[in-house]
Design a protein around this ligand. Structure first.
Ligand SMILES: [Fe+2]
Ligand SMILES: [Fe+2]
Length: 202
């Protein structure tokens, strides 16, 4: 992961810190998905929390902040190459939203004893994992550094996340850390951490 300290803009640094939380959620999702696939016991509350975290934190808070506070603010000042990148990222947000809806639907199916929930959960979770891991890699290593330079060059101002959003974010981050702790060393094992190839500490 490129360090957020190398970035001047506070909003972008915050968004990159949120990526760390989302990547941690993806690691837990990977562990849970493997258990579901192998028909091992999984706590329903973990499935429910993961689907809520992906919907509320990754999508409603994080992707919303990227689109509303960053991309929309910069759209007019950006060269076409950066505008294209922002459009691609926004399309990937829509795809992510689709997979999260499928995950949420599958989790609701567990409680209702519906057939097929397992296959739907595994397929959607694996697709979401690949999509978001590549998406975050692209933002951290290509788009955000380019946008940060653009903001610097033109002396642009970006808005901040609202107080209520920050509070909700803190609550979800604490709950995620608590859940990750229950999975112990598995969360730090190399086989469960899938980072992009350009994961460095530059
Ligand atoms: Fe994004
Ligand atoms: Fe992001």
């Amino acid at each position: 992961m490129k360090s957020s300290r190398a970035i001047s803009n506070k909003l972008i640094r915050d968004l990159m810190d949120e990526h760390e939380m989302i990547l941690q959620a993806l690691t837990v999702l990977r562990i849970v998905t493997e258990r579901v696939e192998k028909r091992r016991p999984v706590e329903l509350r973990d499935l429910q929390f993961l689907s809520r975290f992906l919907s509320d934190y990754a999508d409603k808070i994080h992707h919303h902040a990227e689109e509303e506070l960053l991309f929309d603010t910069l759209a007019e000042k950006s060269p076409r190459s950066i505008r294209r990148m922002m459009e691609q990222l926004t399309t990937q947000h829509v795809m992510g939203r689709f997979f999260v809806a499928r995950i949420t639907e599958a989790v609701a199916g567990v409680a209702g004893g519906e057939r097929g929930w397992r296959r739907q959960f595994v397929g959607s979770a694996q697709s979401y994992d690949v999509l978001l891991t590549c998406h975050i890699c692209s933002e951290d290593h290509n788009v955000f550094p380019a946008i940060d330079r653009l903001i610097d060059r033109h002396g642009l101002r970006t808005k901040s996340e609202s107080q209520s959003m920050r509070k909700q974010k803190d609550r979800l981050e604490k709950a995620l850390r608590r859940m990750a702790l229950r999975y112990g060393d598995m969360v730090h094992s190399a086989e469960n951490i899938h980072r992009c190839e350009r994961n460095t500490t530059e």
